[in-house]
Design a protein around this ligand. Structure first.
Ligand code: CP
Ligand code: NVA
Length: 367
């Protein structure tokens, strides 16, 4: 374990000032005056103790973290969340830089990684694929090698999972999956954190997923089963999740120690029956070309008020977002009292900061 930063004499940057919620200015409206910035204004950086276990590691898929490591990241995210709510500075990664390589659009992943890195005192560089020499045929491997010479980690959102594997093989810095066609591990971590906040535990919580057997449910299957969550997945048979991933999830559930189980069915009401949480995702993911066919096959898997009525009375509704109201979810559910979609979205920020801190933390000089 290292202490991520010492307390005294820390030089504040503009980004850790931005993490502080300033008190109401008692001199507002008065004559202009002189302010002292920098130095120890705002107090010292609070000590944050963190395990170095994940230092330098990549996270491409959910099983790249053990259940203990998933619990550790969630715990760190919760501490960072509380610290931020208390308005404390968090510049534990001053001087660190990440590259963010994005082939598809993004609101949550991009902005929460960029804002999170700024709050941690570091810098994130957004690199749209079309702005890089990748567009002119430079290889992914060469790009990984070059970026590794400049930055401390790479977040990548690429269409093909094989591309992120190639990037990671060529890179000497950690690579973090910001979504591929196979997995969305950052979102799954944030969803587990949100479930833990909601129910106080993960073991024995039942999560029903209705819709396409896509990247999102594949990550929920792996990360959820590893943490003892019961998974109930309803998809049309032709859009079922990858059978190898389902098998892996069954094994993880069996070894999770909480008697968790995995059910994959084509019956949406069976999946939702008695669930603590009902989750869905878009019926047509980025890059999928058979949209019309999918929309028809997936229509019966829409989360409606009737579906929510099958779940427990206190069940919550979840969605990774972005959503299409009245396609995969009724607007009355998405915007209703059971919906916790924006808590999920918020937790992307705290989870990403926790992941960055665990992967990039280093002892302050002299320790
Ligand atoms: N849930 C999610 O990954 O959202 P973005 O596509 O906006 O990043
Ligand atoms: N399954 C969706 C997730 C978006 C966050 C997609 O891949 O487009």
């Amino acid at each position: 374990m290292v202490e991520a930063h010492a307390a005294k004499g820390h030089q504040h940057t503009s980004s850790n000032l931005s993490a502080v919620q300033p008190p109401a200015d008692p001199l507002a409206g008065m004559e202009p005056r002189v302010l002292s910035l920098g130095g120890t204004v705002g107090g010292p950086l609070p000590t944050f103790t963190i395990s170095t276990q994940l230092q330098g590691r990549s996270i491409l898929t959910d099983t790249d973290l053990t259940p203990d490591e998933i619990a550790m990241v969630i715990d760190t995210a919760m501490k960072l969340k509380a610290q931020r709510k208390a308005g404390k500075p968090q510049a534990y990664l001053t001087g660190k830089t990440i590259a963010m390589l994005f082939q598809h659009p993004s609101t949550r992943t991009r902005v929460s990684f960029e804002a999170g890195m700024a709050q941690l005192g570091g810098q994130a560089l957004f690199l749209g694929m079309n702005d890089l020499q990748l567009k002119r045929g430079e290889t992914i491997a060469d790009t990984g090698q070059v970026l590794s010479r400049y930055v401390d980690a790479i977040v990548a959102r690429v269409a093909l999972h094989t591309d992120i594997m190639e990037l990671q093989e060529a890179s000497s810095v950690p690579v973090i999956n910001g979504l591929t066609d196979r997995a969305h591990p950052m979102q799954a971590l944030c969803d587990l954190m949100t479930l833990q906040e909601q129910f106080g535990t993960l073991k024995g919580v039942t999560l029903a997923y209705l819709g396409d057997g896509n990247n999102m449910v594949q990550s929920l299957l792996l990360a959820g089963a590893a943490m003892g969550v019961n998974l109930r997945v309803a998809t049309p048979p032709q859009y079922a999740p990858n059978p190898e991933i389902v098998q892996q999830a069954e094994w993880l559930a069996a070894t999770s120690g909480g008697g968790a189980s995995v059910l994959v069915t084509d019956d949406p009401l069976l999946a939702a029956s008695g669930a603590d949480a009902v989750y869905t995702d878009v019926h047509v993911s980025m890059g999928q070309l058979d949209g019309a066919k999918r929309a028809v096959a997936l229509a019966p898997y829409k989360v409606t008020d009737a579906v929510m009525a099958e779940a427990k009375q206190e069940a919550v509704f979840m969605h990774c977002l972005p959503m299409h109201r009245d396609e995969e979810v009724a607007a009355s559910v998405a915007d209703g009292p059971q919906s916790i979609i924006f808590d999920q979205a918020e937790n992307r920020l705290h989870i990403h900061k926790a992941v960055l801190l665990h992967l990039l933390c280093s002892a302050p000089q002299g320790l």
